[in-house]
Design a binder for this molecule. Structure first.
Ligand code: ATP
Ligand code: MG
Ligand code: MG
Length: 548
């Protein structure tokens, strides 16, 4: 078997294990619980958990919940469900907020070392004094406060003596550094806000740069993997760890995943939800994991996709079709074949006995070596797809037309004898005859037909609603399209077939089963299904039919 080459992070891990730098690795997946996870997070999950699985290490699920105003418990629950569904188990479920006391003590330690100070400047003043990448910043007039004064002021900040924005705690690094992130970055700000876990215990909250690396270190994370935009933060990540003299976690960066015709930003996805442009976070058109699950994507196909795209060091835009390809490839193996007519045309088989019902056999899945069979009732009156009949067909039309023969899948060859119309000239039904000796499985008619149609027996058909989805956006690169991203919403991304006719085997459709509706695509039961009505989502079309 072909050896797959290692990605650059695997190379680093293998070297670290080989050299004995670590005996075992520990990674983490650190979502901020401010929205539902999307396909980009799936990539990060597969990478972090995948490394631990491959090298016998472990992965923590750590909620990066240091910002009280945007975080909610609902998001925590959805994130846990999504990671599990993708097929991964975390070693520990942790919360950055559980480290607030420890982080506070770290900050006190830095103050004592003369490496942090309380600044009374406003955020505008701080921004203005930062300088530009080519010009050094101006030190704050509070930069040289004594350790004692800083300790007292910081304790008072914690105690709630000051209002939001009145003071911040800054690291004393280097106001002339060419790296703007090192120009005395803010470590703590005052925010009198309720936190989803710590309640009203705290009114000061650490910023990302002071929380993330320290959380990694507290947990003894060996390889802290994040996306490229954090490269300039790495010197600060290392600075805090060095000055605090704590476990040296290391940060590694890879390119975030972007996918054509969609967006991977929780902030923007939240706008679609809030403005009711979509029907919630799990609307099957969304790129969230919960939406993809509802739509019928499988964890296997998402993992396969993440594996196929690899781990890049440069920003890139992955074709949505690759994701669909992976979904199709898996569904082809597991989907049960069923027949559903979306737009019915009645066919009467005039030489078939009135009232007779015959049970035919249909393969559940020809891709399965030990395929099983389902019963399909056949009777004198059936539906075929309206688009499978043409009264005046062009040459090489192999579907049903006057005088022409087609095979009904799993059943018989029929021949069109007569077209019935109403007073306006609309075709109301088609009369056919069938060839009794042409039964599928025991065909001795010696007749070859080129077209095979799906169909359902009218008295046995069950009603179903079918939802067909298209791309959510009309442009490939939504992030780079000029103007507001919402200008590019595809207004035609949902097509509902309110009344499709399904073969009776679908009466007992299950949420964890996948179906291929013959000639139509892959489908799954939607959670809107009720006692009264079956609802199916089209997961993906059978082929890549999407025109560029
Ligand atoms: P968003 O911009 O959507 O809010 P985020 O990076 O702020 O994304 P986090 O909750 O902080 O979201 O992300 C958790 C982890 O997932 C981080 O390690 C982050 O780097 C990673 N991640 C987020 N988006 C992507 C992406 N598009 N591709 C790869 N990894 C991603
Ligand atoms: Mg983040
Ligand atoms: Mg974010």
């Amino acid at each position: 078997t072909e050896e797959k080459s290692l990605n650059f992070i695997e190379e680093i891990v293998e070297e670290d294990l080989r050299s004995g730098k670590y005996k075992t690795i520990l990674t983490r997946f650190p979502p901020e619980p401010n929205g539902y996870l999307h396909i980009g997070h799936a990539k990060s999950i597969c990478l972090n958990f995948g490394l631990a699985n491959k090298y016998g290490g472990a992965t923590n699920l750590r909620f990066d919940d240091t910002n009280p105003t945007t975080e909610e418990t609902e998001y925590v629950e959805s994130i846990k469900a999504d990671v599990k569904w993708l097929g991964f188990n975390w070693a520990k479920e942790l919360y950055a907020s559980d480290y607030f006391e420890q982080l506070y003590n770290f900050a006190v330690d830095l103050i004592k070392k003369g490496l942090a100070y309380v600044d009374d400047s406003t955020s505008d003043e701080i921004a203005a004094s930062k300088g530009t990448p080519t010009q050094p910043g101006t030190p704050s007039i509070y930069r040289d406060r004594s350790v004692e004064e800083n300790l007292q002021l910081f304790a008072e900040m914690r105690a709630g003596k000051y209002k939001d924005g009145e003071k911040v705690l800054r690291a004393k690094v280097d106001m002339a550094s060419p790296n703007m992130h090192l120009r005395d970055p803010i470590m703590y700000r005052i925010k009198h806000a309720h936190h989803h876990r710590t309640g009203d215990k705290w009114c000061i909250y650490p910023l990302y740069d002071f929380a993330h690396g320290q959380s990694d270190s507290i947990e003894h994370i060996t390889h802290s993997i994040c996306t490229l935009e954090f490269i300039p933060h790495r010197p600060l990540y290392d600075w805090f760890i060095e000055k605090l003299d704590i476990f040296p976690s290391h940060q590694y960066e890879f390119a975030r995943l972007n996918v054509t015709y969609t967006i991977v930003s929780k902030r923007k996805l939240l706008q679609l939800v809030n403005e009711k442009i979509v029907d919630g976070w799990d609307d099957p058109r969304m790129p969230t994991i919960s939406a993809m699950r509802r739509r019928g994507f499988t964890p296997e196909s998402l993992r396969d996709f993440c594996e196929k795209i690899g781990v890049a060091k440069r920003e890139n835009l992955i074709d949505y079709s690759l994701l669909e390809f992976c979904v199709r490839e898996h569904l082809n193996k597991i989907a049960l074949r069923r027949m559903v007519v979306f737009d019915p045309l009645k066919v009467v088989i005039t030489n078939y006995e009135v009232g007779k019902v015959e049970m035919l056999k249909g393969e559940n899945n020809p891709e399965d070596e030990d395929t099983t069979y389902r019963d399909i009732p056949f009777s004198r009156e059936i539906y075929i797809e309206r688009e499978d009949f043409m009264e005046n067909p062009p040459k090489k039309y192999f579907r049903l037309a006057p005088g022409q023969m087609v095979r009904l899948k799993n059943a018989y060859i029929i021949k069109c004898e007569e077209v019935m119309k109403d007073e306006q000239g609309n075709i109301t039904e088609v009369h056919c005859t069938y060839l009794p000796e042409s039964k599928s499985g025991g065909d001795h008619s010696n007749i070859k037909v080129k077209g095979t149609l799906h169909w359902v027996s009218i008295p046995h058909a069950i009603n179903a609603e079918v939802r067909e989805y298209d791309r959510l956006f009309t442009v490939e690169n939504v992030d780079e399209a000029p103007g507001d991203f919402k200008d590019y919403i595809n207004k035609d991304s949902l097509h509902v077939v309110a009344n499709a006719y399904a073969e009776p085997a679908l009466q007992h459709a299950k949420f964890d089963e996948r179906y291929q509706f013959l000639r139509k695509g892959y489908f799954t039961l939607d959670m809107d299904t009720s006692e009264e009505k079956l609802v199916f989502n089209r997961t993906v079309t059978l082929r890549d039919t999407w025109a560029k």
